[in-house]
Write a protein of this length. Structure first.
Length: 239
């Protein structure tokens, strides 16, 4: 499979920092579970200049086996309740941590759109697609402020460890709602305020905030029951 990647304009340093923070988040978790790992760079939450790792420095950590202990990918995919032969989006997919499971969930007649603003992450996803022969998966580059989805074209949208990095989330939620088919669902998985791992508390979102943002985008929300040790799961459904 040859990559089909749209050419995107250069991003500002602030936008690049926001993208890198998502991977720093997972890097932080890996460092806590593996004490011998190097310390991650601090988050630039104060406006001061900090060193952020380049994509090649942290990409391997996104797929660290230790992540499975707290991310529980099997449970996340079960919560998403993918329809067979449906179209599912992994928004902010990174290196494609969930792609194999999503590919299996929708079956050979389904489609998985793996979207990320960082070109190097999309290139890594193409490598995964080739390596694992994920013929129903298509990675692509998207802008940071638009999922670039055709109206009423998808059944499920998975957003893991990414929602708190999106600007103007209520407006973004409206775009997701418009992309969903009748009966469609967005699943937001993010860190609780009490979690010992994750982004700084100033960047975290409460469950109520996530629900308000999805409802402002025209969705009906529900907090799903789960056993994730550090995260919550909020579903937004098309009325």
């Amino acid at each position: 499979m040859s990559p089909i990647v749209r050419v995107m304009p250069d991003r500002s340093s602030a936008t690049r920092n926001a993208i890198l923070l998502t991977a720093w988040l997972v890097l932080t978790v890996s460092c806590r579970t593996e004490p011998s790992a190097p310390e991650p760079a601090p988050t630039p939450s104060t406006g001061a200049e900090h060193h952020l790792p380049e994509p090649h420095e942290y990409a391997d950590r996104l797929d660290d086996e230790a992540r499975k202990k707290w991310q529980k990918p099997d449970e996340v995919i079960a919560l998403l309740d993918c329809p067979e032969a449906g179209t599912v989006v992994d928004l902010g997919a990174g290196t494609g941590y969930f792609l194999s499971d999503l590919s299996s969930a929708v079956g050979p007649n389904g489609r998985v759109l793996a979207l990320d603003p960082e070109r190097s992450m999309v290139e890594r996803m193409y490598e995964r697609v080739d390596r694992e022969d994920l013929r129903n998966v298509r990675p692509d580059v998207i802008p940071t402020d638009d999922p670039s989805l055709t109206p009423r074209s998808v059944d499920r949208i998975l957003v893991v460890n990414t929602w708190h990095h999106i600007d103007e989330r209520s407006r973004y939620a409206k775009k997701l709602q418009e992309a969903l088919r009748p009966g469609g669902m967005v699943l937001i998985v993010d860190f609780t305020m009490e979690s010992p791992i994750g982004p700084p508390s100033s960047r975290r979102l409460t469950i109520d905030t996530v629900r308000e943002e999805l409802e402002a985008g025209g969705m009906i929300t529900e907090v799903l029951e789960e056993s994730l040790p550090h995260q919550y799961a909020v579903a937004g459904r098309v009325p």
